[in-house]
Design a binder for this molecule. Structure first.
Ligand code: ADP
Ligand code: ZN
Ligand code: ZN
Length: 753
């Protein structure tokens, strides 16, 4: 017998509580309603969208309301996806409805609209009512006649017939007399016309079907992946291959095999490297079997791509992080390219990390997850060393191309030699060389570092927190240095504690300065700058990209945007104007990020026939992140970095949860954070390897007028930390209501700015 009741998660913004509601299933829907279906249900005084998460024979509440409508012919979620959503909701402490909505494209959205209909059936009846109202209240007579003529009409369109001030009152009265009906109907967005992906890269389609012969390393890697696919079952494989080792080709071959068995594949790439290049590679090999999901799609396009996946018209979904939710029902493989990338973490609720979600999905679907990177995250690499992941290594570039030569320039020497330009003598010389030879250069500067760390220009020393091991942050207002994890503070020394020079100051160079400097030194050079400011306009990135590709530009200046995914044969010089903003970020991952960025940036050079050169400028040439990046030596980098993580108690040894409290009044925020800190301390288990850092002002102390304070929890398991937070926040909410304070919780945070 079919279930009589449905447990529904409703989409109502004010039902902030993460709970479900029970509804009766009307007999008309009894046969069609399935788990995961989207429904239209009464909620309070209106109707909302909801999702069926359970079918039951009994309702805990007497006489629940009925479901009004089933919104789609098929359920939107299968049981695996529902379970995945539940896991995300619980792991990342996020209401289930938000997670479910995040699985769906915006184009599926429905809204309600109040529609008025006529409650009168015969023409005689109508005539007599019209006569009656003509004398008592003429607008009503007009309304009845209108409805007879036009049929059901949205309330909003009755403005010309009914006097605005009395509209609601009149309608309510007429509904009561049963002369009219009023109900909320579902309104769908208009279906978008079939959209054909604009294949602007037509030229590269030629020769598409020529697959390269695999290198020995590729062959070996593929064999191991193929074995895992054949064997079936859940498995995570780390594909650690140097830049240019041909990982993409391995992905393509693995997918071919998946398709042969009638299964489907998801490929995640970082948004930033979702360049036409990578998309073209997949289209060349698989043609119309590929759906592409990226943030530049319009709502309608996104919905179209989603539909193609849902209806099985395509077998491969290539996209940025949210493509992990692609609704395939015969999934066979998930690939994450550049798995270490930060953009896999969503910054808004649910603050999921696509790699973790992928792992869970692979586990639930019993499939292979392939993680590719030249610089694996410490988390993934450690898992492959401890044996829970498989590890495949590619040490060679294809066609025996050499890895680029990396030169580290010690900026301390430039100062001593009296060079005050932001370009070292070496960089100026090499740049000049490229310009005369007609070759291209990329100049790179990570601007996210702001001007916040204080370092010695003479010896390179950076002031760090003695408790947390991260760079101290300079606060101009208080003229103080502070640790934004634990709130340790100190004044700025007038002399360097290490070498006693008075060359100690904070850093401040942006990409604009770099561009200006190129123009100043080489007025004849054709320069473009690619960063968030210059590429805000839709299509701007593609324009710059194409111009650079066509050789109309000599020098490309950019932020991390240019670090990845680009493959230009004519680029023979890459200059990192300063590695220090990344290295000195107040973040325990600063060393890892520096290694990743330098490796990626360096990987841009020498992809063609001519070998490439890379110049890294820094005040800390001896730092292991820089030395190992220079030598393309991940293993040594890992060995150094993991020691620090263990010593200071950071991931992958401990988990972190970050709680940010924000509000418009500084004191209220600080006091609130202190109080929450006390509640948290109360629930901290003894000996559980748990620790509370802070409260401390967040690195970005104020965003959009809201002051921000943060507390960081460290602990062995996320489950334990979550429980402490749930108990403490519930205490906090009971005893410290409102005052406009907002809490933002981030499980396994990536950045802590
Ligand atoms: P990675 O992602 O490992 O940095 P790519 O997948 O971008 O490397 O490959 C680098 C270049 O080598 C690409 O231009 C690719 O087309 C080419 N390539 C890959 N495999 C082969 C092969 N077996 N023979 C020749 N060229 C190849
Ligand atoms: Zn010094
Ligand atoms: Zn500290």
């Amino acid at each position: 017998m079919a279930a009589e009741f449905a447990e529904v998660v409703v989409d109502a913004p004010y039902s902030r509580l993460d709970r479900t509601f029970h509804y009766a299933i009307p007999s008309a829907l009894a046969d069609q309603l399935r788990l995961g279906a989207r429904v239209w249900v009464p909620f309070g005084h209106r109707h909302v969208e909801g999702f069926v998460v359970n079918l039951v024979d009994r309702s805990p509440v007497p006489e629940p309301k009925e479901i009004c409508q089933l919104l789609d012919p098929e359920p939107l979620f299968d049981p695996v996806m529902l379970e995945l959503a539940r896991w995300i909701a619980s792991y990342y402490l996020c209401p289930l409805i938000k997670v479910l909505k995040c699985f769906l494209p915006a184009g599926l959205k429905v809204t309600g609209q109040d529609v008025i209909g006529l409650g009168i059936e015969t023409e005689e009846e109508l005539a007599s009512w019209i006569d009656y109202w003509e004398t008592i209240d003429p607008p009503v007579a007009k309304l009845l006649a209108w409805l007879w003529e036009n049929g059901e009409t949205p309330v909003g369109k009755l403005g010309r017939i009914l006097p605005a001030g009395r509209k609601d009152e009149l309608l309510a009265d007429l509904v009561e007399r049963r002369l009219i009906t009023r109900q909320t109907n579902v309104v769908r967005r208009r279906r978008a016309a079939e959209i054909v992906w604009p294949c602007r890269l037509g030229e590269s389609v030629q020769g598409a079907l020529m697959k390269p012969r695999l290198t020995v390393e590729q062959e070996r890697a593929l064999l191991r992946i193929a074995t895992a696919l054949d064997r079936g079952g859940y498995r995570v494989i780390n594909l650690h291959g140097v830049t240019g080792s041909g990982k993409t080709e391995i992905y393509l071959r693995a997918i071919e095999q998946v398709l042969l068995t009638g299964r489907q594949a998801i490929v995640l790439v970082p948004e930033i490297s979702l360049t036409p290049q990578i998309v073209a590679q997949f289209r060349q090999r698989f043609g119309s079997q590929v759906a592409v999901l990226h943030s530049r799609l319009s709502t309608a396009e996104r919905y179209q791509e989603w539909l193609k996946i849902r209806t099985g018209q395509v077998s491969i979904a290539v996209g940025a992080r949210s493509a992990i939710f692609a609704p395939f029902n015969r999934l066979g493989l998930i690939i994450i390219d550049e798995e270490h990338e930060n953009s896999y973490k969503q910054e808004d609720d649910p603050k999921y990390h696509a790699r973790e979600v992928a792992r869970k999905r692979a586990e639930l679907e019993n499939v292979v997850l392939l993680l590719g990177s030249a610089t694996p995250s410490l988390e993934s690499y450690r898992s492959s060393l401890t044996g829970s992941y498989e590890l495949i290594t590619l040490n060679q570039r294809v066609e025996s191309r050499p890895l680029p030569q990396v030169i580290v320039v010690d900026l301390r020497e430039e100062i001593k030699a009296g060079n005050r330009s932001i370009f070292s003598r070496m960089l100026q010389e090499k740049l000049h060389e490229r310009l005369t030879r007609g070759e291209q250069t990329i100049l790179f500067l990570n601007r996210r570092g702001f001007a916040t760390f204080v370092s010695c220009r003479h010896c390179g020393l950076v002031l760090c927190c003695p408790r947390c091991g991260i760079a101290l942050t300079y606060h101009a207002t208080a003229s103080q240095l502070r640790c934004h994890y634990c709130n340790y503070g100190r004044t700025i020394p007038s002399r360097c504690p290490a070498c006693h020079s008075d060359y100690i100051r904070h850093f401040g160079v942006g990409t604009e300065r770099v561009e200006a400097e190129v123009v100043r030194l080489f007025p004849q050079a054709r320069v473009i700058r690619v960063d968030v400011d210059t590429t805000a306009r839709r299509g701007a990135y593609e324009e710059y990209y194409q111009a650079f590709r066509r050789g109309e530009v000599d020098v490309l200046v950019g932020t991390q945007m240019v670090a990845k995914g680009l493959d230009f044969p004519n680029v023979t010089l890459v200059g990192v104007v300063s590695a220090d903003p990344t290295l000195n970020l107040p973040d325990f991952r600063a060393g890892e990020r520096t290694f990743q960025l330098l490796t990626q940036v360096a990987g841009r050079a020498g992809r063609g026939e001519r070998p490439g050169e890379v110049i890294i400028q820094t005040y800390r040439p001896d730092h292991y992140s820089i030395v190992t990046a220079q030598q393309h030596d991940y293993a040594t980098f890992y060995a150094e970095e993991i020691k620090h993580r263990e010593k200071w108690g950071y991931p992958p040894f401990l988990h972190l949860v970050r709680v940010v409290m924000s509000g418009f009044q500084e004191t209220a925020v600080r006091q609130g954070a202190e109080m929450l800190g006390r509640y948290l301390a109360k629930y901290l288990p003894e000996g559980g390897n748990c620790e509370i850092l802070g409260p401390a002002p967040a690195f970005l102390e104020r965003i959009k007028n809201r002051w921000r304070w943060q507390i960081v929890l460290k602990g062995q398991t996320v489950a334990m930390l979550r429980e402490i937070i749930q108990l403490a926040t519930s205490d906090f909410e009971q005893n410290h209501q409102h005052k406009g304070l907002r809490l933002n919780i981030d499980v396994d945070p990536l950045g802590m700015l």
